[in-house]
Design a protein. Sequence first.
Length: 453
Amino acid sequence: MTIHQSPETVEPEVAPPPHGAPAFKSRHAETIALHGGSFRFDPTSGAVAVPIYQTSSYQLPGTEGADKLFALEAAGHLYTRVSNPTQDAFEQRLAELEGGAAALALASGQAASAFAILNLARSGDNIVSSAGLYGGTWALFAATLKTFGIETRFVDAEDPEAFARATDERTRAYYAESLPNPKLEVFPIAEVAAIGRRHGVPLIVDNTAAPLIIRPLEHGAAIVVYSTTKYIGGHGTSIGGAIVDSGTFPWTEHRERHPNLHEPDPSYQGKTWIEKADAIGFHPYILRARAVLLRDLGAAISPQNAFQFIQGLETLPLRLRQHNENAEKVAEFLKGHPKVERVIFPKFQEGEAKARAERTFKPGTYGALVGFELKGGREAGRRFIDNLQLFYHLANIGDARSLAIHPSTTTHSQLSIEDQLSTGVTPGYVRLSIGLEHPDDLIADLDRAIGLS
C-alpha cells in the first residue's frame, strides 16, 4: 500500500520540474484542484492526466522489499483493494484541497461514514451524534452499529453542551453533518470541536453538502467525511466516499480514550498504530483505516471512479460558484411565492442559526440545497414532484442537473415519524438540489409545478 501524507512532506514519485525548479504551491482552491498532490505527469508516457491504473496487483520489489511493504515499513502498492496509484493521486489532491494531512478514498460515502466510526469504536463503546443526519447515516448509526455493540447517542446540536453531557469514558467520537440535510442549519463545528478536545474526543464532520464553502478542519474538526458521489464527482456518474485526516488531533495524549490506536495489533508484529505511524512518519488514524478496515472489509474504490473524482475536483470550485448563485435565486423566488408556506435556506434563517451560517460559510455562499413546504402539506408536495419537467426526481444531491425529492417518503422513509421530525423532515417537506442550468429555466419549471400542485 502507498503510505503518503501531505504533499509537503512526501517525495514526488514523478520527475521534478525542469532545471530543478521547486513544485509550485498555492493556497487557492482553483489551483490546488488542478495541481494538488505530488503527481505532475506520468514519467513513462509524459501524460498530464492521471492514468487509470486498471490493475488488481503489483510486481513486488524482491523478497526483502516485499517484507517491508507487508510490514508497512516502506511505501508502495500491494493490491488494489488497499491502494492504487490513481486512487493515491485523488487522495493527495483531496487532502490538500481540504487542508488535511492525508485521505483515504472508499467505495461509497456510507463506507466512509462507517469506517470513520469503526476505526475508533468497538463493541461496548459509544459515539455522540447530532440528530440532524441524512437518513442513511441515521439508520447506520441507530440500527446497524447497534448490532456491532456500538451505541449512538443522538443529541440536539442547538445545544453544543449536549455533547459533553452525553460523553462518558467509553465515548470514542462525536459526529455531525456540517450542513445537515435536510434541516440546513449549520452545525456548531468550532464549539463542539472545542468540547471534544477537552474530553479527548475527536469531532468527525460529514461535509458532503458543502465542500470548499465550509472548511471543517479550520474550525477544529479532527476528521472530515465525504460522499464523493455528490459535489466532488458532480455529474452523477460514480459512487465513492472519502475520509480526510486533519493530522492535528492529539491521539497520544488520550491513550485510554482510543484503545484501537494504542493497543498492540497482532496482525502487524504486535505494534500499536501510534508506534507504527511514528516509525514511518505518518498519521495513525488514517493509516489504521487503510491497513485494517479497508484490508479486512474491502470497501475499495475502483480506479475508474477515482479517475472520475479527479476530473470532478478539477472543476469543483467553478461549479460551486454557479450552484450557489442559482440556489440563492431559486430560494428568493420560492420565498415570494404565495403557495409556499416556508423556505428552508441558510440565508433566511434567524437568530443563532443565521449567525452561525454567516461565520461558517465562505462569504457570499449558502450552499446549493433549498428546502420548502407547500401550503397543502404532504399531498401538495407529492403533486409538485409529479408535475416537474426539468428537475429530476431522484435520491441524490450535488449533481450538475437540478434534482427534487420528497424525503418523508423516500430518503428518510425508514425512520419513524418522530425521528423524521428530529432530522428536520416534515410530511410536506420538499428538497431541491440546485444544478447548473439557467436559473430562469429552473424558476419557470418550479412555478409551473407549484401552480399545478
